[in-house]
Write a protein that binds this ligand. Sequence first.
Ligand SMILES: Cc1cc2nc3c(=O)[nH]c(=O)nc-3n(C[C@H](O)[C@H](O)[C@H](O)COP(=O)(O)O)c2cc1C
Length: 405
Amino acid sequence: MSFLPRPAESMEGGRFPRRAFQRDPARAETIDDLRAIAMRRLPRFSAEYLEGGAEQEFTLRRNREAFDRHAFRPRVLRNVDGRDLGRTVFGRRMALPIAISPTGFNGMLWHEADLCLARAAAAAGIPFSQSTVSNIRVEDIGAVPGLRHWWQLYVFGPDEVWRRLVARAEQAGCEALLFTVDTHVLGNREWDRRNYVRPLELSLRSKLDILAHPTWLAQVLGRGLPRFLNLAEFVPEAQRGGFGIARWIGANQRESLDWDLVAEIRKAWPRKLVIKGIQNEEDVRLAVKAGVDGIVLSNHGGRQLDRAIAPLELVAAARAIAGPGFTILVDSGFRRGPEIVQAIALGADAVMLGRATLYGVAAGGEAGVARALSILRAEIDRTLGLLGVRSVDELGPGILFPSAG
Ligand SMILES: Cc1cc2nc3c(=O)[nH]c(=O)nc-3n(C[C@H](O)[C@H](O)[C@H](O)COP(=O)(O)O)c2cc1C
């Protein structure tokens, strides 16, 4: 087993794949194909924002390499007709064992990308999590028909900010609140900073590179700089233009969060409460003790602490600590159906997708997300069939070698 850096970055074709590929997302065969289309369409600063990890990107690589630690041992001569890919999370069935992770500033990838993701999630029968720093109002995502809408909460500024956001999410009908706890100190994203001359001001080179991406320019910036609409009400009107709201967030960062705050949020939020960003067994214990409904094992897709464990490596231990009734979600690094199956076999209730669906939206809007989800659906279905397993609910550590735990 090795965690040595590879010449290629996080994905099969390196960070900026240049090989021949289809431009039509409908013809993408893999998530990596969608990524290749996205990387061609996006200007470099936006591609780096989507793609990069913190510092040396050890965590980013480890997220991918963790899947190599387990191999399947399939069963044969079993009836696998009519396979059931559904999964019950928070007492409700979802059509696939996946949900979309919250990601901020999606509007930089595609015009109204949050709506594209939400609509595709609703059509696929899976939940969509909306970031605090999304570019569409929580009420407008809440109006997407048939959507299981989760709200992700960042806490910054005075308490009245999170209290108001929580109230709005409740009012908009959100089913669950995901309190993200791993960004109190911002990760060191050097690749991102290099594209700017100073915070939030792009370098001349980045600006010229935008001109070399006219389709993106017309489709995204041509319709106005995406804004953090859910935070606008907290920012003085004169400071709301351009990147003003982002500046306000930076100035109002809270570097210390604690379990008392979790207790406060628990009191304020009557529906499902999930802590996102757990990476240590002790914190799994504390989360269970705090009376939350679930956790997301996550290292923020390798964008925060470098040299961190891959969340997949914690799934079995977290399940052993939390017991069967507690919801355990996991994200960071998932790009393939068999990887999702691995995590569930280890004890996760469902897997969340960050970049996998972002590649879809950046490649082709709602149709691109739909393509990403249909690729993963087919891969999960095929994997179950090949494993001799008829439903996701039947998966357990027995199909993995070496067996987990
Ligand atoms: C571009 C980008 C923006 C993100 N923004 C947020 C965010 O606003 N809130 C949050 O809780 N997590 C955010 N994340 C982390 C994701 O929710 C998720 O944990 C991560 O993407 C999972 O890793 P993956 O991209 O390898 O699937 C972001 C991730 C990316 C790639």
